[in-house]
Design a protein around this ligand. Sequence first.
Ligand code: 0A1
Ligand code: ZN
Length: 849
Amino acid sequence: MKDASPQTIYLKDYTPFGWQVADVHLTVALSPDATRVRSRIRFEPNPDAPAQRFFLHGEDLRLIRASIDGTEVTPVLTAEGLECDVPEGGFLWESEVEIAPAANTALEGLYMSNGMYCTQCEAEGFRKITYYPDRPDVMSVFTVRIEGDEPVKLSNGNPVAQGEGWAEWHDPWPKPAYLFALVAGELLNHPGSFTTMSGREVELNIYVRPGDEGKCAFGMQALKDSMRWDEEVYGREYDLDIFNIVAVDDFNMGAMENKGLNVFNSSCVLASPETSTDANFERIEAIIAHEYFHNWTGNRITCRDWFQLCLKEGLTVFRDSQFTSDMRSAEVKRISDVIDLRARQFPEDQGPLSHPVRPESFQEINNFYTATVYEKGAEVIGMLRRLVGAEAYAKALDLYFERHDGQACTIEDWLKVFEDSTGRDLTQFKRWYSQSGTPHLKVSDDYADGTYTLTFTQETPPTPGQPEKAPQVLPIAVGLLNPNGDEVVPTTMLEMTEATQSFTFEGLNAKPVPSILRGFSAPVVLMRESTAEEKSFLLAHDTDAFNRWEASRDLARACLSAMITEGAGPDLAWIDALEQVLRDATLDPAFRALMLALPTQAELAQMLHARGVTPDPDAIYAATETLRDAMATRWSALLPELMAEARVDAPFAPDAEQSGKRALGNAVLSLQTRLDGGKAAQAQYDAADNMTMQLSALSCLITAGAEDAALAAFEAQWKDDRLVMDKWFALQVAATAPEKAVARASALTERADFDWKNPNRFRAVMGSLAMNHAGFHAKDGSGYRFLADWLIKLDEKNPQTTARMCSVFQTWKRYDADRQALMKAALERIAARPGLSRDVTEMVTRLLG
Ligand code: 0A1
Ligand code: ZN
């Protein structure tokens, strides 16, 4: 068991390990309750390290024997590993341990999922497999022998030999232990192949459980597209003879980039038109790309220590979003990414869990696989690219790969590459890695004698541990439109470095309308007091798709805010202005679908809180409903026209064109449902031949309160498909009216198929309840109590997934005193639980501040 007493690790305390690992031989003899792991590890002194006592990590291991250079030793065992006297100079360490994968419900280390063996070692799971220096800066060459009756036995690298009951793998590329993987089971493979740019043939496989073999083709194509894209855009070629992907049903995260053997949550790789939505397809394509791209950004060049996590994650998220932009629509991808950033990263950065992109301390590293490290980390790379330009970025990346291939690096190494290749001083830019919180950017403007001046002020509110903030480097993309709506100054990148700074534009005939922060060029909160006329003007004329969308979003926010706080009615002027945009058939249907969506209730709560208004979840819900009703009524003529435009007659393809049309059609359907009580939705449900159409129709029927028959039919049709049933569980909690949400979630947990130890199923119910804003925040506290009960229960089995879910409480201080007290009580009840895991202890402590 991990030690639950909080021990804080600091970046400033980094010291290299005293030895290098020349090579590792592992023999794993599989058995559900008593797997034997024998290791043979050659240690050599590390000339760059200070003298230290020999220590190997190890957790939940039963040591059978250990020896040094063939002589048996008796190490001192601690809660975290072992210590031992060792000779000076190099030596051969051998050990044998026993572990019980079938009892491992934490899904870290070696565990079992539906009868198959699999591993998850990032961040610190390898220490649950054998004694080892389990830290990313110790890289070594692994040879692995797997013994067991399972027909398929896989590990990293290339297969070297196999016989009856055993298989041997060798990975020639030195790697840290967190990239180790082993899989064994009764699996079927969907094969493929790829010829690299230098003409090498690579064998590709997607391994799945029998029954899932029909859901691999899309993932395989996505893998090939990713391999090609990384060659064409980054010049990066794959470096082994084989690349395997395995789908696993029980997995804490989305997927894992183990060298040559990526392990995926089955929800992030298995796809078919009947069972997957367009959103699933797009996400699967992106995650396959993400894990594949890690081969260079993460595996060939890895992190020196876990504080540097954003080195691989920020960069790899940035790369996968570039890939999606190239494969699909760049504008739609950018808007979607910003929606996601505001929904997940902004609340984190503006609440008690706020931390820098590169944290400086932690208790449990698993708690730092966050939206800040991943998504803000990617935004930081995007800003760097905007500042230096695409060409200089490409040159810097070439230098990064050339200089650091095979190394375990830091953010300092990364920035130095940019400094050396561009001649820029990035000292101030580096604050993006060390300063937490979301900067607020205020703007004022002035026009006189043909000169237009924009003055910006930046200020970042205090965050935990950081009361004072220094100005950051902000790339601010600006374009100017003249009063006719023509663009007179195309997108220009202003580089703001001061707390307050002005920029001038000369030679203008009239006061222009500015389009500021185009493409969301920096992850800030833009606070510009502008009139509704100006926003409507940008909605009609801006050439920048992001800001056109943002103008409409701003108008929607203003309208909802007035409805909530002043009891105003819906803003018909905005609804009419938006109609003009929606009628523009030259616009991408996917873009129009985004225009049709309203800000989420959580986003509105955040906005009100930022303005000093205590958000009332019931009032927010009511206003959103009223506005949707008004949109539907006002557009009763428009909706059928858009529906006709959104029709797809061709056979199903999960591509950008078709999915954009379906997104538009389904956004329209949800409004239409408000007019016809679910008639059109029922018709769409009955006729649907793909999951996108079926699930959207079901969602509409739930909102209309006309879902009973469809829910039963859906269940009868899909009861044997666990991934589809996850959607069924999730949707009825997320889409139901708030007053029914907790009762519904609770009833679902009574079902025999509510397998709560499966992270996907647990999240389907609990995550969806948290998404039902007014339902979760029920005034009587029932949502908080229900969730806290379940988090307490899950923590005993799976601390990692429990800890991640604790973040649903991160906005607790936003709400009224009654709700605050109820949420605090729920958190305190979790905190008081005897035997609480280190993961959850850290989260709850931070949340309570
Ligand atoms: N590195 C993976 C994500 C991942 C992280 C931690 C895990 O277990 C604690 C599992 C997966 C990625 O970025 O895809
Ligand atoms: Zn990643």
